[in-house]
Design a protein around this ligand. Structure first.
Ligand code: ZN
Ligand code: ZN
Length: 465
């Protein structure tokens, strides 16, 4: 079995790993490279493989850095099936369409900025994204399928976002590769990542938070409750910038629980993002991904994401009406890093209000408005205008969809004997994780992008060929 790392090698975007065995070519993930425009655009337009040569694509989860190139490769000649869970397919229908709209508006923006250059072609269009959905084939967690003669595939819980999976791939020689996808951690709603149910010869493992520890989720939930109570007493609004898929649902679940416990007052809660409303519907459609606690709510006739006082606002008119709303409230909106979208309009109003507050519940990349807020900036630039911040800002680092280094190390320790290849992480994170794993006697490699590795053939004593 040969594996070529086409992306997410010493970086976190563009996850795409090409497996070659028995004359077949299988792609694990097909993600979009994100980051500096010119660099990522070049990588996205020449992904390092000929789409028509790929027999099978297996998708770990719907995040765009794992799925976002699918519309382009289907348009460019990939004719095989795309294997994933049903929840991942449904989230992809939403997220690939959204990504296509972003590709189009990016191209429009470039055309306006450079009127003398030939008009840029979007990476793909909404029509490409819609057409790609016809290639999806779904498989439940835990069931072994044979999508190509002699190749066995099994998807296992990854506990990261709805539908996320680890991918176990066994080739006709019996060599078994386990791809971690993105690993989550024990948190509400989803089942925890599966550990110790696979006996692979080699492991492709993510290391996003190698060497880092998260704050316990419970501390962040009670911190959020304190903030809501304080802000409500002041008569202000709690503004929560949140990714539409995953984080918004986790926050809704947490608020529902805090309300039930009487830890927060019953003030109006708004989810102001059409994408988040759609994603919440998809979450509700897939209880087969839920953990026991969430299932108890479903069996009791409720929904883990809905409660009295919650409203989803879709139209811009509804969104604007929120500005005139007096009294305490909670508004959850996107984008998660405050880079664009409706959250900016809400921020403009809330940051200047001494009664208001902003709850930071997600990762904020460098050079984003969200990062400036998280770092306590006193002056905030929105739509080119500067605002003096009066509102309270509180950071809750315990909301994370990724395993921290303790979770990663525990996951690896349940796979004794397998050689470990680290992907999906900045180099220093992967080095930190590699150091910890080598300390326990494991063989660990950190490949570069484009590198090809011979893997999983007879590494395990007693395995075939
Ligand atoms: Zn992910
Ligand atoms: Zn990822």
């Amino acid at each position: 079995m040969r594996v070529t790392l086409n992306g997410a090698a010493c970086s976190v975007t563009g996850s795409a790993h090409l497996v070659e065995s028995g004359g077949r070519r299988i792609l694990l993930d097909c993600g979009l490279h994100q980051g500096r425009r010119s660099e990522s655009d070049a990588l996205n337009r020449s992904p390092g493989f000929d789409p028509s040569s790929i027999d099978l694509l297996i998708l770990s989860h719907a995040h765009i850095d794992h799925s976002g190139l699918i519309p382009a490769v289907v348009r460019d000649g990939f004719r095989g099936p795309i294997l994933c869970t049903a929840a991942t397919r449904d989230l992809c229908a939403l997220m690939l369409a959204d990504s296509a709209r972003i590709q189009e508006s990016d191209a429009d923006w470039l055309a306006r900025e450079h009127p003398d250059s030939p008009p840029p072609v979007p990476l793909y269009t909404p029509a490409d994204a819609a057409r790609a959905m016809g290639s999806f084939h779904t498989v439940p967690y835990g069931r072994t399928v044979e999508p190509l003669p002699g190749f066995r595939v099994r998807l296992l819980d990854a506990g990261h976002i709805l539908g996320s999976s680890q991918i176990e791939l066994r080739d006709p020689d019996g060599a078994t590769l386990l791809f971690s996808g993105d690993l989550g951690r024990p948190m509400p709603i989803l089942r925890d990542p599966a550990t110790g149910v696979s006996e692979p010869d080699a492991v492709l493992m993510e290391g996003t938070y190698g060497g880092k520890l998260h704050e316990p989720g419970e501390d962040s939930a009670s911190g959020l409750a304190d903030l809501v109570r304080r802000t409500a007493r002041r008569g202000g609004r709690v503004l929560v910038p949140a990714f539409s898929v995953g984080r918004t649902q986790e926050i809704l679940y947490t608020l529902r629980r805090l309300l039930g416990e009487g830890a927060i007052p019953g003030i109006p809660v708004f989810v102001d993002s059409p994408m988040a409303a759609d994603a919440t519907t998809i979450y509700r459609m897939h209880p087969e991904c839920f953990d026991e606690e969430a299932m108890e709510i479903v069996y009791g006739g409720g929904s883990p994401f809905l409660f009295d006082g919650l409203r989803f606002t879709r139209t811009t008119a509804e969104s604007r009406e929120l500005n005139d709303l007096a009294g305490p409230s909670i508004v959850i909106s996107a984008s998660g890093m405050c880079e664009h979208g409706r959250i900016l309009h809400h921020l403009k109003r809330t940051v200047v209000d001494p009664a208001g507050s902003v709850a930071i519940v997600g990762f904020m990349a460098e050079h984003t408005l969200g990062r400036a807020l998280a770092e306590g900036a006193r002056r905030i630039r929105i739509f080119g205008r500067e605002y003096a911040r009066q509102a309270e800002v509180a950071v809750f680092p315990g909301f994370s969809a990724h395993a921290d280094t303790r979770g990663l190390e525990a996951w690896a320790s349940a796979l004794p004997g397998a050689e470990i290849v680290l992907v999906h992480g900045e180099r220093d994170r992967l080095e930190a994780l590699a150091g910890a794993l080598r300390g326990t006697g494991r063989e660990v490699r950190i490949p570069e992008r484009g590198e090809t590795l011979e893997l999983a053939a007879g590494n395990r004593p007693g395995s075939a060929g």
